[in-house]
Structure formats: structure tokens, C-alpha cells
Design a protein around this ligand. Sequence first.
Ligand SMILES: [Zn+2]
Length: 148
Amino acid sequence: MKECTTVLDLRNYKGFYSFKLQILIAMEKRCLECEEELFGRIDKKFCSDQCRNAYNNKSLREENNYIRSVNSILRKNRRILAKLNPKGKAKVHRDQLLKKGFSFNYHTDLYKTKENKVYHFCYDQGYLELEGQLFALVKKKEYINQPN
Ligand SMILES: [Zn+2]
């Protein structure tokens, strides 16, 4: 009976010690959403489900906002190219594109010819840089056949 008590005491002591240690580590941490101090599990990031949801919704919203803004630049680029290239083939000066707000940093895909010429595409509308700040505009005919 006495021995049994000793064993139990030792277990309790160990359990208490690791519990205390966890609290100490957890005390350094704060809820990612409301910055309340966090207690309990070491890997805890939020004080409540509400805070977790709020945080996740916010980062999803930021992600969506970013994607939306890139999409709108791409759509605008496509529109500018299409407008300057109504016949499917045209030649324009860089300034014409810039004046309409074209952004050279964004495109959807590239097409490299055997001669190492690189066409940039914004969806179906593309351009190839020529000499003297000129660009050849082209229109892609096969929309779907571009898996790479
Ligand atoms: Zn919180």
C-alpha cells in the first residue's frame, strides 16, 4: 500500500512538471488574431474558433484580392492588345501600349519559336518585341491546345 502511493506520487510529480513547462512555453505565445495570451497546448495558435475563422477568412480575402488584381491587369492587357489588333495581325510602338496602360510585367504564357523568338501572351492575345521599340501583335487561334 505504501509503495503504491509512492509510485503514484512520482507520476503526479512528473505530470505536474511537464504541465508547468507547457504553461511556461505557451505564455510566450499570443493568439494570431486578437493577440490574447494563449494557454494550453504548445502548438495552439488561436484563443478560440471565432479567432481562427476570422484569421483564416482574412488571409483568404487577401489571397483573393491579390488574385483579383492580377486577373484584372491580365484582362486589361488582353483588352489593349485586342483593341490594337482587330485583324489578328498588327504592328505597334511600345508607347501606344504604355499610353493605354499596358503592363509588360504580366502575361499568361510564353511561346518560343525555333528561332528563339519569344512571344508573350495575355490569354489569346500575344506580342513579339521587334527592333526599334516596335511590337508585332498576334492572335492565338487554338485556345485549348496549350497545355505547357
Ligand atoms: Zn483570439
